[in-house]
Ligand binder design. Structure first.
Ligand code: CUA
Length: 328
């Protein structure tokens, strides 16, 4: 009787819990597996909780001592049947959870043979993504319904890559290559969060994953691939835009308005203050930002840009220097 009440209560509360949107939107195949395990575990926990509560409540009312009853309860010497039941049932439930988790983990680790491989570089406090054709970007763009494998590297300390809507989390470890498989199922924009305390800027170590229709992604990656191989002005502009330089710097040729770092319209004056030739100064400021700091600006520029492929770094330097000279 108690058991059947508990099962019914467990089923009803699990159903109620299931239809409340506690979890972030589901946007990857991997998340579907993770959610399945989550709900199996939740159903088991809720049912056990309902059963235990039912037994306790029943006992509290049924066996309550009378107000003036100070006698001891009857002595009890164990109950073999009950003991077997409360050992065997939890063991079975834990095995069910374990097997379900193992299946989902094994499936979620498989990237698929034709997976799109994207290199991810994590550093205090930014993410950088590099695609197979060497396009680099500060925002992660993915084609929907295609297997993707992220290959993560960290340049300084531990970081962790997490998009709640994709479900999986992976650490980026210095000196080690780690992998994360994603198969996006929904077009949209999702937050990328660093989930390993990595320093003062940890909370702002965020980016965005943009899941695009496959054709749109193909067009984007082809176009950006062409741009970075174009003349330095064009290639530099592409590198500047894709890597999010404008988010922190004012630069008229790119129409950018970022106020975090020094204005890139005044590179010549800054180079003079640093006592270095313009081009050397610009290159150094990208790969080793702390070498010279403009007064009043904190050193928050990530060093991830030192990882840019050489041609792209050259193009970016040319873009910044060239426009500086012609723009006066
Ligand atoms: Cu990187 Cu926290």
């Amino acid at each position: 009787m108690l058991v059947s009440i508990a099962v019914v209560v467990g089923a009803v509360t699990t159903a109620i819990a299931y239809f409340v949107p506690w979890l972030p939107e589901q946007a990857s195949e991997q998340r579907e597996g993770i959610d399945a395990v989550f709900w199996i575990t939740t159903a088991i926990c809720v049912s056990i909780f309902a059963l235990v509560s039912a037994v306790i409540l029943y006992s509290v009312f049924k066996f309550r001592a009378k107000p003036d009853d100070d006698t001891d309860g009857p002595p009890i010497h164990g109950h073999t049947g009950l003991e077997i039941a409360w050992t065997a049932i939890p063991a079975i439930l834990v095995i069910i959870i374990g097997v379900a988790s193992a299946i989902v983990l094994a499936r979620n680790d498989r990237g698929g043979p034709d997976a799109l491989r994207i290199q991810v570089t994590a550093q205090q406090f930014a993410w950088n993504f590099r695609y197979p054709n060497n396009v680099t970007s500060g925002t992660l763009r993915l084609p929907v319904h295609r297997d993707v494998v992220l290959q993560l590297r960290a340049l300084d300390v531990l970081h962790s890559f997490f998009v709640p809507q994709f479900g999986q989390k992976q650490d980026a470890v210095p000196g080690e290559l780690t992998k994360l498989a994603i198969t996006p199922t929904k077009v949209g924009k999702y937050p990328i969060e660093c989930t390993e305390l990595c320093g003062l800027g940890h909370a702002v170590m965020r980016s965005q994953a943009v899941v695009m229709p496959a054709a749109e992604y193909d067009a984007w990656i082809r176009q950006e691939g062409k741009r970075i191989k174009g003349p330095p002005g064009q290639a530099g502009a592409a590198v500047f835009e894709n890597n999010g330089c404008g988010g922190c710097h004012v630069f008229s040729p790119a129409n950018s308005q970022g106020q975090v770092g020094p204005s890139l319209n005044e590179l010549e004056q800054q180079a003079r203050r640093a006592g270095k030739p313009l081009e050397d100064f610009v290159r150094e400021s990208i790969v080793e930002p702390e070498a010279y700091l403009e007064p009043d600006y904190p050193n928050v520029m990530p060093k991830t840009f030192a990882q840019l492929p050489a041609e792209q770094l050259d193009a970016l330097v040319q873009y910044l220097v060239g426009d500086e000279e012609s723009g006066g």
